[in-house]
Design a protein around this ligand. Structure first.
Ligand code: 5CA
Length: 166
C-alpha cells in the first residue's frame, strides 16, 4: 500500500469526507481493475465489490449509474421499467466526461457531473461491508453498505439478471 494517493484517488477521498464519511481510500500494488481482481487483492467475497457501471438513456442521452454487486450482471430491462426509456452501456469517453474518471476506477460517488438516475443492487445489502473503486484501478475503499445507499442517493432495486445459464 502507498501512503501518497494519486490525484484521482485524492479527489475521491475528498468527496467521501465532504459527505461525512470517515472511510479511507487505500492504494494497492496489485490491480483491482475488475471485481474479481479486486476481491482477490482485497481478500473479500466478489459479491462485496461494488461495480460502478455507467449507462446512458438511448433517446435522451442522460447518464444512469448502476451500483452492482460484483457477483451480479445488470438486468437492463429492470432499469428501463423504472425510468421508462431504453438504456445502453456508456462508452469510455462518455463515462469519463460524466464521472471524471476512467473505466476500471469509477467510484460510486464524487463525480464531476450530477447523475440523476442512480440505482443500487439490493444484493449489496447482504453484506455489512462493501468495497468500491476509488478513482483508479489500484485504489479502493470500504464502507458499510447502508452508508453506500445514503451517500449515493440511489434507488435500491433487484437488478440481477436471473436467466443466466452458467
Ligand atoms: N475497480 C473495479 C472494482 S473495485 C471496477 O471498477 N470494476 S467495474 O466493474 O466497476 O468496472 C469495470 C467495468 O467497466 C466492466 O465490468 C465493464 O462492464 C465496464 N467496461 C469495461 N470496458 C468498457 C468499455 N469499453 N465501455 C464501457 N464499459 C466498459
Amino acid at each position: 500500500m502507498h501512503n501518497v494517493l494519486s490525484k484521482s484517488s485524492r479527489a475521491v477521498q475528498e468527496a467521501l469526507e465532504q459527505k461525512g464519511l470517515t472511510c479511507k481510500v487505500v492504494e494497492l500494488t496489485s490491480s483491482t481493475r475488475t471485481a474479481n481482481d479486486a476481491a482477490a487483492t482485497i481478500g473479500c467475497e466478489v459479491g462485496q465489490i461494488v461495480k460502478s457501471l455507467l449507462f446512458r438513456t438511448k433517446q435522451t442521452n442522460l447518464p444512469v449509474l448502476i451500483l452492482v454487486s460484483g457477483k451480479n450482471r445488470v438486468d437492463e430491462k429492470a432499469i428501463e421499467l423504472v425510468i421508462g426509456e431504453k438504456i445502453e452501456k456508456a462508452d469510455a469517453a462518455f463515462t469519463r466526461e460524466i464521472t471524471g474518471f476512467a473505466i476500471g476506477g469509477i467510484p460510486p460517488v464524487g463525480h464531476s457531473q450530477k447523475i440523476e438516475h442512480v440505482f443500487i443492487d439490493q444484493d449489496l445489502f447482504c453484506y455489512e461491508t462493501v468495497w468500491a473503486a476509488a478513482g483508479t484501478p489500484f485504489a479502493v475503499f470500504s464502507m458499510p453498505s447502508t452508508a453506500l445507499a445514503k451517500v449515493s442517493d440511489g434507488k435500491i432495486l433487484a437488478i440481477n439478471q436471473k436467466n443466466i445459464t452458467i
